[in-house]
Design a protein around this ligand. Sequence first.
Ligand SMILES: [Zn+2]
Ligand SMILES: [Zn+2]
Length: 305
Amino acid sequence: MLISACANPRPVADRSAGIAVYVLGRAQDGGLPHLGCEREACCAAARRSGRIETPACLGIHDEASGALWLIEATPAIEAQVARLHSLTGTSARGRRPIDGVLVTHAHLGHYLGLAWLGREVAATSALPLFVSERFAEYLRTNGPWRQLVELGQVEPRPFAPGGRFTLRDGLEVEAIAVPHRDEFSDTVAFKLRGPTRTVLFCPDVDAWDRHDGLLERLLDDVDVAYLDATFYDGRELPERVRAEIPHPPMVDTMTRLAAFAASHPGAIRFIHLNHTNPAWNDAALRVSIEARGFSIAEPGERVRL
Ligand SMILES: [Zn+2]
Ligand SMILES: [Zn+2]
């Protein structure tokens, strides 16, 4: 089985162990409930019930060494790292709660958590930070991020768009450039190639068509793909902006990938849902999405690489 819900922590230093990827959050940058939203259908009801959905984030666990990496440093970094520790049976890490961070782009839900690595909170030491060259330059030249670099709390390991790097033997990451609103950094998707499986993480993209063959390139050789599901079909946006949805709606992605999902049920897993996305709460909609072979990512789910 490719995906499993993982309630039971695993031993850390298991010799037969491999590499696992965990979902630690699945909301758009602002999470759910969303500051400034009082709609009953999404955020008012969530506030009343205490429901919290944190921004899209994955954790990677190298079971042989116990090493942990985060993909995205979200504003919920403390809760997400705690969840990763609990899911992997990790304890006693102190001020090195993780061994590195990979970040797709400089939008608040994806990188503000880096601030928690600084002197006011974890004060990490030389934590490897895998970001694009442009993103690394932005961090080095703008406060408050510059201080993290100057104090040696993070150590940028810049990659070129399209570049590949290795996290450990047998775990290669490919950074694929995707079109997005790139004010401070460019934006990438990460393809994680482990010993037996490959997982794609593409939480934010403006359109599948702007780069030739992008969707095919992203999905090439991939066993499980976490894809941008910010909006369902545009009904969740005000009329005036509906014509310019800045993300491919789920309905469009499902049409494009209908054949792939039918032959690989559960392999396409939606992530980065905006607080207004009806797929959060509409049970009938969920059933219809799953009947077509697609899934919504579940916090805590695990994919073995
Ligand atoms: Zn985002
Ligand atoms: Zn973004």
